[in-house]
Design a protein around this ligand. Sequence first.
Ligand code: HEM
Length: 575
Amino acid sequence: MASVEALWSHVKAGLDEKQASVAVAAMITFLVLVFTTRAITGSPATVDASGKHKIPPSPSYWIPFIGHALSMASAGFLPSLRDRFSEGIFTLKMAGKMHHFIYKPSLAAALFNLHRPAAEEQMLANRLLTSTFGVSKKDAAIYNSIFPEALALYKHLSSEPGLSEVTNAAVSQVKQTINSFVTFSPNPMDQTEWERMADVDVIEESGPDGPITQVDLMELTRNYVATTAIPGIYGTDFVENFPELWKWMWIYNEAFVLMATGVPAWVPWPRLQRGKLARRRLLGYLYEFNEAMEQHMDGQETDPKWQNLENVSELVRSRIALFRKHGVSLAGRASFDLALLWASVANSNPLIPWMLYELYRDPVLLEQVREEIAPYVRAVQPKNEFGDAVWVPPVLEDADIDGLITKCPLLKASYIETLRVYSCGWAMKLMYSDTVLEGKGKGGESYLLKKGSYVHVPQELHQSDPAYFPNPTEWQAERHIRETVDDSGNKVLTAELGTMRPYGGGLKMCKGRQFALREMLLYTAAIITFYDMQPPKGGPWPVPRTRKLVANKHPKKPLKVWIKRRKLPAEGEAR
Ligand code: HEM
């Protein structure tokens, strides 16, 4: 108080009497406005004019028009409102618009299951296509007119035979490369691209337990997964021809939200400027790829660096065919491919290092998972006929993905818990007409969402809700395990997503979710089979501080680990 008075006398000293009275009047007007706003805004849940539907509750705010917008910067703001409003929905006012936030699973399900025209569902996403992926207005209009057809092509990713083709391509890549996930070579010429990006440092070349390497786990894993999983979608040439692809992708990802919120290009924000440069590079690569695909599909000769285009997936081929048929420009195709490529790596790849981190820091669970997956990830050490001086790489003979999904509940529960703790997807919809959300179940209320209001489902609000997940900040895979009894009376353990919806829902639901499940189980299972990890120099595992990056959490500082090879059963040896 004393400092406010001191400040005020300082201000007064610099003003003449007339100026001072204007300043006093302005300040009083402002305070009256702010306190009146605070007094008249905010309300508990009320009912609409018909008396049938509820209007969601809303907290009060201080500043007219701006409303709650400033409070959104605080990480604890939305969780505090979740704990205050038990209805599962509340409304905030920001920049003059109503924004409803939903965190009760039944209301989120009701929102996702609304039968709205496809064009309405796509309308907001169209803005992203332009602001973030750089689609021109002309190509966006064409896409709008062919949206249902474009959407239908995702069957080549989400159902058979496409799903198996993409998954088998990843399995085949993992078989070929798992031994060079870490090469343990101090010579950069012999290291892989994903190692060089992970600040690799060989600690010991030939200790009693074999070589040890220090790496940044996030960088190593997300780049390894991108380099070996994406050939199944974009073919091998695309990934091999652009070794800097992933470097630019992660720089672009850092600026994704700034681009999505439409921060103008001229704002000198270094992260935004770097993101725009990265987008130019990525679009350049994808343009070149599309040019080569154009020639390939027309039966023309391509540059020798594009000799393996026949292994591009049916999903990508059929999209190009559709875009060609409807006159989407090559630049437009590059932008739509950027959207698909980004969706394919940005969400799942950073979750795999988190799953590894959580498993390695729980040695008991790690051993249980290793035991559970052993029949489905068959890895052996071939006979060494050259003596100890020569290292013979172990072999990943087979990875049975169906077995991992259906017979390994602890692994699957670890995947679900990793999604719960580390993913923070956010679905957003605009109401083009007054809409009633019918909450299902006992005591399910219906809510009226007015035309022109926005509806958000920040998945994290539910995923961190202690009412559903006790001690929500703790990673506990076992919480997702359920025991059931099968037809023969045997106990069966299963793990399901339950009330969680990390992939969204309805028409816009993630089209890569089936592949993401397979990818996360495959890579985690292969890596924990072939490698051991520990914190650098031993000791307890650090608990990294995190920041949100688009739809995932990322470590604020590099997540360094020491990695060494695991001893695998010798060929022909009983397990
Ligand atoms: C765990 C990993 C993943 C998560 C949590 C995730 C989540 C999501 C979410 C929340 C959406 C938006 C839904 C909406 O707008 O309501 C989405 C869209 C999409 N995802 Fe994923 N995703 C993951 C992995 C993948 C992968 C690996 C692929 C491709 C291989 C993929 C392809 C897509 C596509 C193409 C869309 C856009 C669909 C459209 O435009 O309608 N996703 N994803």
